[in-house]
Design a protein around this ligand. Structure first.
Ligand code: ASP
Length: 441
């Protein structure tokens, strides 16, 4: 395919659009590549660490309006954020009428999703004026069903048609139209999802997601100083890492593009020359390291169950899991031995129900003993290369042993994509550093 036939959807996060200065960087990025045809903006984010995101300001105004109090002052502060951007860009454009309408609506009938969505709506209008391209209100093209999920059929039909009619456009992120005729938002950070939906609707070649880091990092920078960025990661690896707490992209953002073969490229608005991270279905790209990423979470509990001859008792596992189901607790892992089985759960879901779960296990499965422990941290070592590399587990355990870390649990995912190890909460950071140093250096 020739370069100029390519179609890219570009989504910009809040920090990329927090000020006129940031908007100018975004403008340069879009103008640098004519295949960047559809733009999905977030609301203005923080300009510095002490700042407040416009979405949060809007949510606060909604709360004030819900109490029947006056929101004029709060709306003026929000408007000042946008006016600063408009003036800084030298645009002959005004949001005065929009602000009047939003203030009136919020005062007459405060609706939370409507309030939250206005951050993207207004930023989209500025972006369209700045780029001189069409503005498409997401409420006209993205639809939710009565359960609050995306109405795929209606969305892709309507959005697909509108994109066909407009070679270039701005579609604000984060919201669409609910089944009840009111604006509805995705969960926080949901502009990532909009970008993915737009990419699928126009069958984009690439979905570029511009943020303020140069891609996914191998490990959490709060634990490992200056970790390397991941060049290529598969959707499945990403899912494992996000599940274990790594976050750059909204979890749901991979679903629309994943089955269409559209790669996501995470890029840095403040360092556009960096290649960022490519999130792909599959890749033959040679990996620099066997391990793609390391992530983890603290505060899990283990429920250790033993029963003589457990291995030959049909239905034992089901009965144990039923005890968790009855208590509405989802389990994370379930390593098992011949006559033993361990269930790993999140402490915050489990602790207040622990005795109820233990008695349900006794009632349903009649084990010999049940022991519970807390303070477990889980570390996931994820890498598509692990299944064909020998010695990975050996290296991993040696690294932990050298640091004197006691391994409380090991679970090699059935996908051979990850190894999960359980350590004491107090050893969590040391374990991650040791693994990083061993595999990435
Ligand atoms: N502005 C929304 C938020 O702060 C959505 C987004 O940025 O993706 O969560």
């Amino acid at each position: 395919m020739k370069g100029n036939d390519m179609k890219k959807v570009v989504k910009f996060g809040g920090s990329s659009l927090a000020s006129a200065e940031q908007f100018k960087k975004v403008g340069n990025i879009i103008r640098a590549d004519e295949s960047r045809v559809y733009v999905v903006p977030s609301a203005p984010g923080k300009r510095n660490s002490a700042d407040t995101k416009v979405t949060d300001m809007l949510l606060h105004a909604y709360e004030t309006a819900s109490k029947g109090e006056d929101i004029t002052g709060e709306m003026a502060a929000i408007k000042a954020r946008y006016d600063e951007i408009i003036t800084g860009l030298g645009l002959d454009f005004s949001l005065d009428r929009d602000f009047e309408e939003i203030t009136e609506k919020l005062t007459a009938e405060p609706l939370m999703d409507y309030a939250a969505s206005r951050g993207e709506f207004l930023n989209g209008k500025i972006m369209a004026a700045y780029l001189g391209i069409t503005f498409i209100d997401a409420a006209e093209v993205i639809f939710f069903n009565a359960e609050g999920n995306l109405n795929d059929y209606k969305t892709y039909k309507t959005l697909g048609q509108r994109l066909k009619e407009n070679e270039r456009a701005v579609i604000p992120g984060f919201y669409g139209m609910g089944k009840d005729g009111n604006v509805k938002t995705f969960s926080r950070g949901g502009s990532d999802v909009t970008g993915s939906i737009v990419a699928k609707a126009c069958r984009a070649d690439v979905y570029e997601n511009w943020t303020d880091v140069s891609g996914f990092l191998v490990a959490d920078p709060r634990i490992v100083p200056n970790p390397k960025a991941i060049k290529y990661i598969t959707y499945r690896e990403l899912r494992e890492l996000s599940y274990m707490g790594a976050s750059v992209l909204h979890e749901d953002a991979i679903f629309p593009v994943r089955h269409c073969g559209i790669p996501i490229n995470i890029r840095n608005t403040n360092a556009p020359e960096d290649n960022g991270t490519w999130i792909v279905e599959s890749t033959c790209q040679k990996q620099d390291y066997v391990v793609t990423g390391i992530a983890g979470k603290k505060d899990f509990c283990t429920i250790f169950i033993s029963k003589a001859m457990m291995n030959s008792e049909i239905g034992f596992g089901r009965k144990v899991l039923q005890a968790f189901e009855e208590n509405n607790i989802s389990f994370e892992h379930m390593p098992s031995g011949i006559d033993t089985m361990t269930i790993v759960v999140h402490a915050d879901e489990f602790i207040h129900k622990e005795q109820s779960v233990v008695s349900a296990i006794h009632r349903l499965a009649e084990p010999d003993s049940v022991e519970i422990e807390s303070g477990l941290a889980l570390v996931a070592v994820v890498g598509r290369g692990m299944k064909s590399a020998s010695g990975t587990a050996g290296k991993l355990f040696t690294a932990l042993a050298k640091e004197g870390i006691n391994i409380r649990m090991i679970d090699q995912g059935s996908s051979e994509l990850n190894i999960i190890i359980g350590v004491d909460n107090k050893d969590f950071e040391t374990a991650i550093k040791a693994i990083y140093n061993t595999f990435i250096g």
